[in-house]
Design a protein. Sequence first.
Length: 150
Amino acid sequence: MAQTLVALLVHVVFSTKNRANLIAPEIETELYSYFGGILKGRGSRLLAAGGTSNHVHLLISLSKNDALPPMMQELKKSTSKWIKTRDINSVGFQWQEGYGAFTIGASQIPLLRSYLARQKLHHQKRGFEDELLSLVEKYGVEYDPKYVWG
């Protein structure tokens, strides 16, 4: 085969440092667009985004020429700087150090899009901590509880 064909779908989730409520509703749409622009510049695509004032979920189609760790580093660094310029109350804004990343199949895209669109409603009943731990358990990811909330 003379061509490299790749479909890498990743559901990424990460929060603000200490899960502080620092993502203002007024900048959310622009923030997701900014994530999308960064990803496009790296050859990847943002397929869906959602979240609340303290965390985000991104559904990413990862480029065959990119790797998750450097992509995440750029996403978090660039959006952190951007948020600080958009909201006077976010001068000390920071993302948490780590992130969760889970692969999904193409057949799961509609379900995940719907889930991301309902994040605010979902989090009226369930906290981010519970949500992340359920994802970790669902995907069988081993973790050390003392490092999860850094």
